[in-house]
Design a protein around this ligand. Structure first.
Ligand SMILES: [Zn+2]
Length: 114
């Protein structure tokens, strides 16, 4: 597994905390390396925009979900229809996250008693 620096784009070891080229803190890679939650390729139930393919890829690989969506939309326009076919394949092929498997910190809090 490799990670990429958000600042300069250098390939880094997946467990790297700082970029070896520019010294930027690589928060996504460190989160993935040190989190007790093991990310799997699945479509999350929360944080999805459409089918959860972009959110699932972003969460699994530590990418920025906004960036993934922008790349998906732009490539969908200019490379039609190939990205759409890939998206449909991911939709079918990537399992949906099961309820109750949400990572810590995303658990819904019960509403306050009034
Ligand atoms: Zn860098």
């Amino acid at each position: 597994m490799t990670a990429f620096c958000r600042n300069c784009g250098s390939a880094l070891p997946y467990a790297a905390r700082f970029c070896s080229s520019c010294g930027t803190f690589v928060s996504g890679a460190s989160y993935a390396a040190y989190s007790p939650y093991q990310p799997r390729l699945e479509r999350p139930l929360y944080g999805r925009q459409f089918a959860g393919v972009c959110a699932g890829l972003a969460r699994t690989y530590g990418w920025d979900v906004g960036l993934v969506r922008i790349v998906a939309v732009v490539s969908g326009i200019f490379l039609f229809p190939f990205p759409e076919v890939i998206y449909l394949a991911c939709w079918i092929g990537i399992p949906e996250e099961l309820p109750g498997e949400m990572p810590m910190g995303q658990v819904q809090q019960p509403p306050p008693q009034s």
